[in-house]
Design a binder for this molecule. Structure first.
Ligand code: CP
Length: 313
């Protein structure tokens, strides 16, 4: 089944390389739309999109909202902190309430792994997973892959290091599922307490030394330390973490001269990434955010039945 026939986007594990390439290729003309003076095409006129985020977000939620608006869809954001969720309304009843208002597609983020999968089974709306617990964040990985392909020209045979809190990272998992379909060598490195057991079963190489992990890499994807998901202290202190794993200029000496540094945001400056790197030319963090709008436009276009001739000019 091709991507356009799938009802939902829940993760990259279940997408084929061809599905991912289709989304990235549609994101190219979408990026052109964003650069125009008048950033509006009529292709999703009459369609309605809702976002419901049970966890905070700046990039993902805002970019879905503006992506829908650029494509002329009606977009509504349900703010959970001011909603009837606070009166005890269940997830199922909240989603049903949104569905019967006539929305076509729902973008949702939830702290529980599998929550969007549960919702997808219980609604006729199409569902996009905007991050579920430590499971997947497929649209982040798609924009990461788009950004790498845009800068490097191709994904084939690239060496990519994912650094930091692998255990809690849905970004890491979706990147691993996506990039492994393109023949990349994927390396992971971080504190042992933040490394899932048997991570190698996902087809990645585990490293115990940051310097060794960065040797000859084309891309470094730096993960955010997710203090909100740590029930117990999994490393002694943030200072110690920064001493061992913060990406700083000296680390780039190990990597290729044209290395790219990615970070999904929000940044913990001085903990997992130094400001010298975050604000330098090797970092593509701001481009990732712009590309996130283009990739989310492509997804909405494909999943809400956009017409291709309406994005051409
Ligand atoms: N990268 C990311 O998901 O950022 P937000 O939490 O701001 O959406």
């Amino acid at each position: 089944m091709g991507f356009e026939q799938k009802k939902d986007l829940l993760g990259l594990r279940e997408l084929s390389r061809e599905d991912i390439e289709l989304i990235l290729n549609i994101a190219l003309p979408m990026k052109d739309v964003i650069k125009r003076d008048i950033k509006k095409v009529p292709t999703l006129r009459g369609k309605a999109l809702a976002t419901v985020f049970y966890e905070p977000s700046t990039r993902t939620r805002t970019s879905f909202e503006i992506a829908g608006k650029y494509l002329s869809a009606d977009t509504v954001n349900l703010t959970v902190s001011t909603s009837s969720v606070l009166k005890g309304e269940s997830l199922r009843d909240t989603i049903k309430t949104i569905e019967v208002m006539g929305f076509d597609l729902l973008v949702m983020r939830h702290s529980m792994s599998g929550a969007p999968h549960y919702v997808a089974r219980n609604t006729d709306m199409r569902i996009i997973n905007a991050g579920d617990g430590a499971n997947e964040h497929p649209t982040q990985a798609l924009l990461d892959i788009f950004s790498i392909r845009e800068k490097k020209g191709s994904l084939e045979d690239l060496k990519i290091a994912i650094v930091g809190d692998i255990l809690h990272s849905r970004v890491a998992r979706s990147n691993i599922y996506g990039l492994s379909k393109f023949g990349c060598e994927i390396r992971v490195v971080g504190p042992s307490t933040l490394m899932p057991p048997e991570i190698e079963k996902l087809g990645v190489k585990r490293y115990y030394s940051l310097d060794e992990a960065l040797d000859g890499v084309d891309v470094i994807n730096v993960l955010r330390i997710q203090r909100e998901r740590q029930q117990i202290g999994l490393f002694p202190s943030l200072d110690e973490y920064a001493n061992l794993y913060m990406i700083s200029p000296e680390h780039l000496l190990r990597a290729r001269d044209d290395v790219l540094v990615l970070h999904p945001g929000p940044l913990n400056r001085g903990i997992e990434i130094s400001s010298q790197i975050a604000d330098s030319n090797v970092a593509v963090i701001n481009e990732q955010i712009t590309n996130g709008v283009a990739v989310r436009m492509a997804l909405l276009f494909l999943m809400m039945g956009g017409a291709r001739d309406e994005i051409a000019n």
